[in-house]
Design a binder for this molecule. Structure first.
Ligand SMILES: *Cc1c(COP(=O)(O)O)cnc(C)c1O
Length: 366
């Protein structure tokens, strides 16, 4: 049985009637930007995240960049980022004009290591940007304690973690601000690009609303220099249909992950994801690690099992950051060499999960 890495049609087939109705509602309204769908989605997503405010923007990358700009972080400032992450975390810092300062992850959880964060702080450091990588929340309390001691902000990159909980509370609910992405492959995906900031600060939310809309509250009155990055009415309407399904979809991801964790546990050469004690992850990705990763991926492909690598090139090895003086980042290097993402998603059948498990067992000669 062939198992694709990801099925992006199934969620929309499940909700087709409601999506069609939402599309018609927006088209019939003739209102395509900064309208009632956006306002409603922002209220609904803030409530979902147990946060006060949501400001939806054009992408997750924009959400991160605009948070930094709203916090007046820019040229001459440093932001601590994980060495092992999707490049967007670093690019957002660079786009704001600040300098990313990479810190290596804990080798078990692959999440930014608070002990190493402390050592990377300089007089220029303005913020720490943990990434809830693969849907696993980073150790927010430990990071908030360090941030409080040094007068820094914690800005969460929650692009892979919609709905994840840290010690019982949603990610994004406790820090100054968190960024989410609605890229189609994320746990909550739009039918195109989209992103959002959630924050408990009314002042920050107000600044973000200016930053995303030409610095303007009232048409043709421009208070600050800003950009154009808005979630449009159609995407907001689509996301309003999908949001009520998110917890159910995340629960199904967890069932799939639990089976992988149980039924692959005896393979010695395979490192399974480690769930930290504080975490209720949402399993955006199920990432295993092994030596000979490329050979394993090839064997799985031969069995019809789709896999991907998140991410094959460590950010500091990418040409975009080749001129940086990053020093040695051996954990990030090793992660890039060894990680392999197995299929996981809310619409996988038990038979598909079984096929992945037997495929992986076979690939390891079990
Ligand atoms: C997807 C992602 C982003 C960027 O989101 P876009 O909507 O694609 O701009 C940022 N950080 C991480 C960790 C991501 O996975």
């Amino acid at each position: 049985m062939a198992v694709p890495f990801l099925d992006l049609k199934a969620p929309h087939e499940e909700l087709r009637a409601e999506l069609d109705a939402a599309y018609r509602r927006v088209v019939d309204s003739g209102w395509f930007l900064l309208g009632p769908e956006l306002a409603a989605f922002e209220a609904e997503f803030a409530a979902y995240c147990e946060a006060e405010h949501c400001v939806a923007v054009g992408s997750g990358c924009d959400a991160l960049e605009l948070i930094l700009r709203a916090l007046d972080i820019g040229p001459g400032d440093e932001v601590i980022v994980p060495s092992a992450t999707f490049i967007a975390s670093w690019l957002a810092v660079s786009a704001a004009g600040a300098t990313p300062v990479p810190v290596e992850p804990d080798e078990d959880t692959l999440l930014i290591d608070p002990k190493q964060v402390e050592a990377a702080i300089t007089p220029r450091t303005k913020a720490i940007m943990p990434v809830h990588l693969y849907g696993q929340p980073a150790d927010l309390d430990a990071l908030e304690a360090i941030a409080a001691e040094h007068g820094l902000h914690v800005v969460e990159d929650a692009a892979q973690a919609h709905g994840a909980r840290y010690k019982g509370r949603r990610v994004g609910a406790g820090s100054i601000a968190a960024a989410f992405s609605f890229y189609p492959g994320k746990n909550l995906g739009a039918l195109g690009d989209g992103g959002a900031v959630v924050t408990s600060s009314a002042e920050l939310a107000d600044k973000l609303r200016l930053l995303r809309n030409y610095g303007s509250r009232v048409k043709y009155q421009h208070e600050i220099q800003a950009t154009n990055s808005r979630l449009d009415e159609l995407q907001a309407a689509m996301l309003r249909v999908k949001l009520p399904a998110l917890d159910r979809w995340n629960d199904r991801r967890k069932e799939v992950a639990d089976r992988y964790l149980r039924e692959l546990a005896d393979i010695e050469d395979l490192v399974l994801p480690v769930v930290p004690v504080w975490a209720e992850p949402v399993w955006h990705l199920f990432v295993v690690r092994c030596a000979e990763r490329d050979a394993v991926q090839e064997r799985l492909a031969g069995l019809g099992i789709g896999t991907l690598i998140h991410y094959p090139v460590a950010v500091h090895r990418s040409p975009a950051y080749a001129d940086g003086s990053w020093g040695e980042l051996p954990v990030a290097d090793q992660v890039a060499e060894r990680v392999l993402s197995l299929p996981i998603g809310p619409h996988m059948s038990e038979d598909e999960v079984t096929a992945v498990i037997s495929g992986v067992r076979e690939a390891f000669g079990r």
